[in-house]
Design a protein around this ligand. Sequence first.
Ligand SMILES: NC(=O)c1ccc[n+]([C@@H]2O[C@H](COP(=O)([O-])OP(=O)(O)OC[C@H]3O[C@@H](n4cnc5c(N)ncnc54)[C@H](OP(=O)(O)O)[C@@H]3O)[C@@H](O)[C@H]2O)c1
Length: 282
Amino acid sequence: MIGLGDMGIRLAEILLSKGFQVTVWNRSAGKADALAAQGALVADSAAAAISASPVIITCVVDYNATRNILDTPEARAALKSRTQIELSTGTPQDARNAAAWAHSIGAKYLDGAILATPRQVGHEFTPIFVSGSREVYEATEPIMKALAGGLQYMGEAVGAASTWDIGFLNTVFGAITGFFQGARLFEAEGIPVNQLGDMIGKLGSVIGEMIRFEGDVIHHKKYDEVESSVKTCYTGIGLFSRSAREAGISSEIPDFMYNIYQRAMDAGYGPKQLGAVIEVLR
Ligand SMILES: NC(=O)c1ccc[n+]([C@@H]2O[C@H](COP(=O)([O-])OP(=O)(O)OC[C@H]3O[C@@H](n4cnc5c(N)ncnc54)[C@H](OP(=O)(O)O)[C@@H]3O)[C@@H](O)[C@H]2O)c1
């Protein structure tokens, strides 16, 4: 296990608790102390950690940091014929670059994306997406299943796991950023913000179904099967901006959204189903 930030420590703890032999290394010393007490072997260099195991999991701040760690003569030599699983967050292109580099030095490679916080890792529902060679996936599945019961293999295209991850994160952070605007309105109107969070938590499946439905609309171009027209939604988003101005709070988030819907209206998509907005982003 290379990288002992919040996530790497948690991954190592889970593997130890499930009976794996784990060797750890981190750029800054000291973070391995608690893991050593739980039975981890602590390597004094990345190359030594790599040499100790057939499978190397990397989980650091980003793919550049991983490359900096692995791209030394000693680490490259150690990694040859071994398997690297990258669990740092990155883009699909990061994954393709990392796979190409690993293959160029004779290593096997699997790309992964953790869709959970450290506290959520290790449970039967925890989602981790992986992609790349099926053979490498099947060989490492017991390790990955130990980390995440909700493990999903997304296929041979190595960028797939990151694509799913970034698609998911875009959706979640779009919603969370909208939530901040709702929270400001609640503050301005004197209603405790946690009550909005609690309500959204209860409506999670309703919001999920709305997104699933628009995904289907976009995929099949079912813009003429209208139940929520672009014009109706455009009018609603106009209210988000006006409510902000009336409350004396920032309207930058709804104004940003309104601009996109305005372009959809200008392009003539007003009578179409909501998912047609994607046409102006294309
Ligand atoms: N935490 C989460 O909720 C979460 C959820 C999903 C995915 N992830 C992903 O998991 C990865 C790790 O996240 P984290 O929460 O563990 O982050 P973190 O607590 O900030 O730890 C960062 C890790 O990266 C190492 N690092 C940073 N820059 C480095 C460099 N230039 N060279 C070598 N090592 C370097 C740090 O080493 P030092 O200890 O020496 O600084 C540390 O081990 C990220 O890609 C993150 O997106 C995290």
